[in-house]
Design a protein around this ligand. Structure first.
Ligand code: GDP
Ligand code: GDP
Ligand code: MG
Length: 361
């Protein structure tokens, strides 16, 4: 099964390149502005990101700060308390251990003594960890060359994780970056799926290609790619029905969609995004593991971060998967999808840069 899928989607390259630590956030934004219209900077809204991470910030960072006060000694008990906070924020055992190990090394090497400095050390280590994963470099999805047009993105995942909502927001994001977008309504299974997608397409100001409920999703996909070429679109986004990784029939349906789109664009799909609901915590990580075994996922989208205090799951997933977290959803509005940027994410989680820009320093 996995082999078959890999064959049909075989041309997909995995984004295993890890981002460099050398370029600063603003340098990077400057350089991307110069090289392309519509890059990561356009899709970053620091204030919305910060609002969306409020529950996580309150729970995670406030608890950290409450134990990392001036004058407290750094000792084993303190490290255990930090570990506990990381674990209860869904950072996951493996990633938590990595971070605690790094903290120990820095405390030793830099002869740190006062607990108060640990907040910023931990923040640095979280950022370093994220930047070293495939999620560290996310400009590529905005800077695809003309030869890849129409850039085809397939969106998959289980029911209710936020696929359709994310597609509406993604269409908006690409539109904002000056791209012409077309959406394919290949969730022909669920009643009212077309209507929901139409509402989002209208908000985003993009066209949606659809057939009646029950139609073959591969046929809708075929129509959509044909339409994209006829209309000279830049980006095609294919919505799909919710499915579990272990449902043979449904996974074969996915394979058929992939096979049929190749009749129109032999190298399609350019991306296969797996959407995960961050409020499900470690289950989201489990879903990512299971899906990547049976489908050629190229990137992850984590939704509903505004609805959970356990935003630490982003660290667990970014660290555990050899796949980039491409976008995060921080609310139900059309501009509530953010390109995942390690530094902006950590800043919003710890609030520093955002409060500086507010002049509350
Ligand atoms: P699908 O079944 O995967 O297509 O999921 P939908 O797109 O229909 O979304 C399911 C529910 O999740 C809807 O009520 C959405 O409004 C909600 N949702 C999706 N993304 C987000 C998000 O980032 N934040 C919040 N709060 N809700 C979201
Ligand atoms: P079973 O109940 O475990 O035998 O599994 P089924 O195949 O009957 O369906 C389980 C779930 O899969 C349903 O509730 C639907 O959500 C979904 N499903 C079933 N058939 C289809 C289909 O043809 N297309 C899609 N996209 N989903 C389906
Ligand atoms: Mg849907």
């Amino acid at each position: 099964m996995a082999d078959d899928l890999a064959k049909f989607f075989g041309n997909i390259r995995l984004h295993n390149d890890s981002g460099g630590l050398t370029m600063g956030f603003f340098d990077k934004i400057k350089s991307t502005i110069q090289t392309a219209v519509g890059t990561v900077s356009d899709a970053l809204n620091i204030d919305r990101l910060r609002e969306g991470l409020e529950k996580t910030r309150t729970s995670f960072v406030s608890r950290l700060k409450s134990i990392l006060f001036a004058g407290r000694k750094i000792d084993a008990a303190l490290l255990e308390e930090i570990e506990e906070i990381l674990l209860t924020s869904d950072v996951g055992l493996q990633t938590t251990e990595k971070l605690i190990d790094r903290l120990k090394i820095r405390v030793r090497d830099e002869k740190l003594e006062d607990a108060q400095v640990i907040t910023s050390v931990l923040k640095e280590e979280i950022e370093r960890l994220l930047v070293s994963t495939p999620s560290g470099e996310n400009d590529a999805i905005f800077t695809f060359g003309a030869e890849r047009r129409p850039f085809v993105i397939m969106v998959i995942g289980v029911n209710g994780v936020g696929k359709t909502t994310t597609i509406g927001k993604m269409a908006h994001t690409y539109r904002q970056s000056g791209r012409k977008v077309i959406i394919g309504a290949a969730d022909t299974f669920r009643a009212a799926a077309n209507e929901q997608l139409e509402v989002w397409a209208e908000r985003a100001g993009v066209e949606v290609i659809q057939q009646q409920q029950g139609a073959d999703p591969a046929a809708v996909t075929f129509d959509t790619l044909k339409a994209a070429i006829a209309r000279d679109s830049d980006v095609v986004i294919i919505d799909t029905a919710g499915r579990l990784h272990n449902k043979q029939g449904l996974m074969q349906e996915l394979e058929k969609i992939g096979r049929v789109m190749k009749k129109v664009k032999p190298t399609a799909p350019d991306e296969v995004f797996l959407v995960l609901d961050a409020t499900t915590g470690q289950n989201a990580l489990q879903q990512a593991r299971e899906f990547t075994k049976v489908a050629p996922i190229t990137g992850l989208v984590l939704t509903k971060l505004d609805g959970t205090a356990k935003g630490g799951v982003v660290l667990a997933i970014a660290d555990a998967m050899q796949l980039p977290v491409r976008f995060i959803g921080v609310g139900e509005r059309i501009d509530d999808l953010q390109v995942f940027n390690a530094q902006a994410f950590v800043d919003a989680m710890f609030e520093d840069r955002a409060s500086a820009s507010d002049g509350e320093v």
